[in-house]
Ligand binder design. Structure first.
Ligand code: FAD
Length: 583
């Protein structure tokens, strides 16, 4: 239905539950809602078959015991908690690990083709820091296969999905959500979507660093802004996983992931003066050391002036048999030929740490993933609780599908139990005015260079290694960029409303960057992915989660203890199993 209130085309629609995000988390939530018989609308700002989830390659974890019958969910939970440096919420982790096998069954039921043994069992492989083989995979296209299966199932169920709606604001009255406001990316027409419940499944914030394994215009911190402005608190925003090896050259490919498998297959790291520098950082495990240690080593070599011309270190597989490289690392071979005209069987790759995964995000209830706002849930990479200070590879896809199911059921229950809802016209008007105001603004600034300024300052002031002075400087620089954004001009054109989307992406990035810097300043210790030059030791007083509110306040929240069985298992030394890749 069109309204006559504004000159722009404004449409109003209603859903029992609105899901924002069509990646693995959003789609799995929508499927559960549809299976519960609840009407659902699922929207995204990018084509559903190309959501960020399709980049996931390595696999998805569940303690199925198909290869190692000794495995069980308790050991999966113990591994996850230990590697989180005891910052993950044990209740969330235990739920994840208990439910992951059923979530894999669901994916198989939806038609996901995971690798299998000759006798039909699902093949499971090692991923770093797991005690047993528990990672299911589909070649190195696991994310794409899962996304495909979820899209297919959602379509079969008749889930209403739109790929062209950019959500700019959640509609809230008196602490309770009643929908969202947005615009059509092509035509610019506006959407008022009224809903009993809203689920945020809109991804993380790792695109706010110069080198990022996310593509352009994804993971710009939208979920964090939408949530925080609606009244949610964020948690552990400083905990961002930097993958040790991203491409550095050419510039337009900077950050694209160079898989851990390169080191697993025997890739050697050297600095620009030819030293195999991992001998200094982890003489026993060398290149097979943990992800955070290799990232720190690469960063240090570059920062201390032993980096390459383009600001990286060298990762070399040219000493390996050419056939083996072509067989075992075909995607990497193709990636470097396509993007850098480099034959990795003859010359080393240039790599550097790249922002990879948001371990912090919207603070949610440990079990239901309800947020601080009634009727609003958060799930997937935008939520927090599972990974603490270091994410185990393969756990985030599991998180998306396990908690997608749980949140779908919770939102369905909330919707069914709602007697009445106030649809506050003032809240709708404020959302409308925000878009109008951006479109009317005239000035000297444009979104893209300002996004670049945020990425530069986050890389320089809040990268792999941080310090109090650097973080303070980062906040000051961020305030300057925010002030420049007030003079930002937005000019949609015949090609569509991308420019308006970039302006909102920038707002998300500004908020996510501020939260990250303020939490990083507060965490005065070194733990997992968070390295403070001025506080180089882990400090037991910080075995706490940091909770951020939009006014910039950061408070500490205790982490509950794990169950006794899981705690006991986490103390067992890791088994020395041949062929195991340590991340
Ligand atoms: C290179 C790479 C490899 C990886 N490999 C693995 C792996 O092997 N195993 C593993 O477990 N994890 C892996 N991960 C992590 C994993 O892929 C992600 O954490 C996961 O896919 C996140 O899914 P999601 O559904 O939460 O969000 P996403 O897939 O990011 O989806 C977010 C959705 O929100 C929508 N959206 C965002 N903002 C708005 C807005 N303002 N309005 C409307 N819609 C919006 C987007 O369009 C999109 O549909 C990898 C990540 C990368 C980058």
């Amino acid at each position: 239905m069109k309204t006559s209130r504004t000159q722009v085309d404004e449409r109003r629609t209603a859903a029992s539950v609105l899901v924002i995000g069509t990646g693995a988390a959003g789609l799995r939530t929508a499927i559960e809602l549809a299976e519960c018989g609840t009407q659902v609308l699922c929207v995204g700002k990018r084509r559903r078959d190309d959501a960020h989830t399709v980049l996931a390659s390595g696999g998805i974890n569940a303690a199925l015991g198909t290869m190692d019958p000794e495995d069980g969910w308790e050991q999966h939970a113990a591994d996850t908690l230990r590697e989180s440096y005891w910052l993950a919420d044990p209740r969330t982790v235990e739920l994840l690990c208990r439910e992951a096998p059923a979530a894999i069954d669901d994916l198989v039921r939806y038609g996901a083709q995971f690798a299998r043994e000759d006798d039909g069992r699902l093949t499971q492989r090692f991923f770093g820091a797991h005690r047993w083989r528990r990672t299911c995979f589909a070649g190195d296209y696991t994310g794409r296969e899962i996304q495909r299966a979820l899209v297919r199932r959602a379509t079969e169920l008749g889930v209403a999905m739109r790929d062209d709606v950019y959500v700019t604001r959640l509609l809230v009255h008196d602490g309770r959500v009643f929908g969202a406001y947005g615009f059509d990316l092509e035509e610019g027409s506006r959407w008022i979507i009224v809903a009993d419940a809203v689920v945020l499944a809109a991804g993380g914030h790792t695109r706010i660093w110069r080198r990022s394994s996310s593509r352009r215009d994804e993971n710009t911190g939208d979920a964090m802004r939408l949530g925080a402005e609606a009244g949610c608190r964020l948690r552990d925003m400083e905990l961002v996983q930097f993958h040790p090896t991203g491409m550095v050259f050419p510039e337009e490919s900077a950050g694209i992931l160079v898989t851990e498998a390169v080191r697993g297959e025997g890739g050697i790291l050297r600095n620009a003066v030819g030293e195999r520098f991992m001998e200094r950082y982890d003489p026993e495990r060398l290149e097979l050391s943990t992800r955070d240690r290799v990232a720190l080593a690469n960063y240090t070599e570059i920062a201390e002036g032993r980096g390459t011309e383009h600001g990286g270190v060298l990762l070399d597989v040219s000493q390996l048999d050419r056939d083996l490289v072509l067989r075992r690392l075909p995607r990497m071979y193709r990636q470097f030929i396509d993007l850098a005209m480099l034959d990795i069987t003859r010359a080393p790759m240039e790599v550097a740490p790249t922002a990879h995964y948001s371990m912090g995000g919207i603070r949610v209830d440990a079990e239901t993933h309800a947020t601080d706002v009634e009727g609003l849930y958060a799930v997937g990479e935008c939520a927090t609780g599972v990974h603490g200070a270091n994410r185990l590879g393969g756990n985030s896809l599991a998180e998306c599908v396990v908690f997608g199911r749980i949140v779908g059921a919770e939102a369905a229950r909330w919707s069914a139990g709602l007697d009445a809802q106030v649809r506050d016209r003032a809240a709708i008007a404020a959302a409308r005015e925000e878009v109008d105001e951006l479109l009317a603004r005239r000035g000297e600034e444009f979104a893209r260079p300002l996004q670049r300024a945020v990425r530069d300052l986050m890389s320089e002031c809040c990268g792999v290694v941080r310090s109090g002075d650097g973080l303070e400087q980062g906040l000051a620089r961020l305030a300057e960029v925010a002030a420049r954004a007030d003079a930002m001009e937005v000019r949609p054109d015949i090609a569509g409303y991308d420019d308006l989307a970039h302006a909102f992406d920038l707002q998300g990035s500004l908020l996510a960057a501020r939260a990250t810097l303020q939490c990083a300043l507060e965490r005065r210790e070194t733990r997992g992915a968070h390295n403070r030059l001025d506080f180089p030791e882990q400090d037991p007083r910080f075995q706490m989660n940091l909770v951020w509110t939009i006014d910039g306040t950061v408070t500490r929240e205790p982490v509950p203890p794990p169950s006794r069985a899981v705690a006991a298992l986490s103390e067992r030394p890791a088994a020395a199993i041949p062929g195991r890749l340590l991340e």
